[in-house]
Design a protein around this ligand. Structure first.
Ligand code: FEO
Length: 398
C-alpha cells in the first residue's frame, strides 16, 4: 500500500495484511490493516508502528514522504504487538528525539522488548505536546484495548487517532469510509466491537461521555485497523454508543452442535416456537459458524439458546469453546435456555446451564434433555420452550 494523505501533511503509512485469517481466536476472513500515521510538522511525528513482519513496508512507505531519519517523535498509543512489533527496529532506524507513551505503555514496552536506552517520555491523560503548527493531546483509554492504550487528538485537524477503538479487521484497497458501503463497514466494525471491546462496554460508555464533556471537535477518526471515518464519524460514534449499552433487539440465537441429529431436531423445534411468537431467530450450527461470527450476532440479540448432546460425560468440545469465549466477552442482559440429547449420563445440559448462570444469563425454564432421540412429545416441549423464550424476549425488549 502506498501512503495516503488523510489530511494536509498527514499520511497513513501503514500496511494491509491481506493474508491474516486468525487474530487471537477472531476469524479475520477478510484480512486486516495496521495503520500508522505520519504527521509532517516542525517535529515530524509517527503515530504507532506495524506488526513486525511488515516493518520494511512501513519504512518504505515513510521513505516516499521523507527520510525516516527525519522523524523526530514516535508516539506509541498501544503496545499490543500488531502495533508495537516493529518498535525496536523503527527506533533503531529513525533514532527519534522522543518516544511518547502512557505510564502503562512504558512498563509494557519494557516487558515486551527489555530495557533499552530509548528516549521514552511518559505522558499523562490530557497532556499536550507541540509539533509546531499542531498540538497533540493524549487521552488515556485504559483497557480499550489494553491498560496502556491511549488516543492522540490533533485539534487543528479535528483528527482523532484512536488506536484500536472504532477499527475493523478488513483489508481493502480503499482508505476511507465513503469509499465502501456503510452497511458492510458497520458490519465489520460490529464484529470487531463484539469480539474485542464488548467486555469493556462500561468503559466505552464512560469514554464517550468524557469525549462529549470535553466538547472535542472530531471531523475524522483514524483507527489503527481498517478504514478511516472521514465522512461518517457520527455513524461509528452512535454505533459505539448503542453497542456499549448492549441494547438487545427482539432476536434469539440458537447455538448448537449435534451428534446424530437429535439435538439438531430439538434446535429446529425451539425455532418453531420462536417463530410462532414472531421473534426473529438464527440457527447457528457450531460446525458451520466460527465463534467470532456467532459473537457478532450475540451483540444485539436478547436470547441465547444453547444445544449440545452429551459426549463422555460432558458437552461437545465445540460448545465448550463458544461458552469459554463468550464468558470472557461478558455479554450482559441476556436471557436463554439449553437443550440436548444424551445416551446414558446426560451432563451436557446441566453443565451448559451452569456456564449460563455464571454469565448471569437469565434461564427460561425448563432446559430440556432427552435420551437418544426426541419423540413427538419431546419436540412439542421444545416448541413450547421456544414460545416461552419468545414471549420473554418480547416482554424484555418492549
Ligand atoms: Fe490492534 Fe489491541 O491491538
Amino acid at each position: 500500500m502506498a501512503p495516503v494523505a488523510i489530511k494536509e501533511k498527514i499520511f497513513n503509512v501503514g500496511v494491509v495484511d491481506w493474508d491474516i485469517r486468525d487474530f487471537h481466536g477472531y476469524s479475520t476472513y477478510k484480512g486486516t490493516t495496521y495503520n500508522a500515521y505520519l504527521v509532517v510538522d516542525d517535529k515530524i511525528t509517527l503515530f504507532d508502528t506495524v506488526k513486525k513482519p511488515f516493518k520494511d513496508d512501513l519504512l518504505h512507505n515513510i521513505h516516499k514522504i521523507t527520510d525516516p531519519r527525519n522523524i523526530d517523535y514516535l508516539v506509541v498509543n498501544h503496545v499490543e504487538m500488531d502495533h508495537s512489533g516493529s518498535v525496536p527496529e523503527i527506533i533503531e532506524a529513525i533514532k527519534p528525539e522522543k518516544v511518547f507513551c502512557s505510564a502503562m505503555a512504558k512498563k509494557a514496552l519494557e516487558a515486551h522488548y527489555g530495557s533499552h536506552p530509548w528516549p521514552l517520555e511518559v505522558v499523562q491523560n490530557g497532556q499536550e505536546i507541540s509539533l509546531g503548527q499542531r498540538t497533540v493531546r493524549f487521552l488515556e483509554t485504559r483497557m480499550l484495548h489494553w491498560p496502556d492504550s491511549m488516543f492522540s487528538y490533533i485539534p487543528q485537524d479535528k483528527l482523532l487517532i484512536s488506536s484500536d477503538a472504532f477499527g475493523q479487521h478488513w483489508a481493502t484497497s480503499e482508505t476511507f469510509d465513503d469509499e465502501v458501503a456503510l452497511t458492510e463497514l458497520l458490519r465489520h466494525a460490529a464484529k470487531y466491537y463484539a469480539n474485542i471491546l464488548m467486555p469493556y462496554s462500561a468503559l466505552v460508555q464512560k469514554l464517550l461521555a468524557a469525549v462529549r464533556e470535553m466538547n472535542l471537535a472530531v471531523e475524522m477518526i483514524a483507527p489503527d485497523h481498517g478504514l478511516i471515518w472521514r465522512s461518517r464519524p457520527d455513524a461509528i460514534l452512535e454505533a459505539y454508543d448503542v453497542w456499549s449499552q448492549q441494547k438487545a433487539q427482539r432476536k434469539a440465537l440458537i447455538i448448537y452442535d449435534t451428534m446424530w441429529h437429535s439435538t439438531e431436531k430439538m434446535a429446529h423445534a425451539v425455532a418453531s416456537g420462536l417463530a410462532e411468537e414472531g421473534v426473529s431467530y438464527k440457527l447457528m450450527n457450531l460446525k458451520r459458524n466460527h465463534r467470532s461470527d456467532i459473537v457478532t450476532e450475540v451483540l444485539d440479540t436478547k436470547a441465547l439458546i444453547f444445544g449440545s448432546p452429551t459426549l463422555n460425560n460432558g458437552m461437545l468440545p465445540t460448545m465448550a469453546d463458544i461458552l469459554c469465549y463468550l464468558k470472557g466477552l461478558k455479554p450482559t442482559g441476556k436471557i436463554g435456555s439449553a437443550f440436548g440429547s444424551y445416551g446414558w449420563s446426560g451432563e451436557a445440559v446441566k453443565d451448559i446451564v451452569r456456564w449460563m448462570e455464571e454469565m448471569k444469563i437469565e434461564i427460561v425454564e425448563p432446559p430440556i434433555r432427552v435420551q437418544y432421540v426426541p419423540n413427538h412429545d419431546v419436540l412439542a416441549q421444545c416448541v413450547e420452550l421456544g414460545r416461552r423464550i419468545g414471549r420473554a424476549v418480547k416482554e424484555r425488549t418492549a
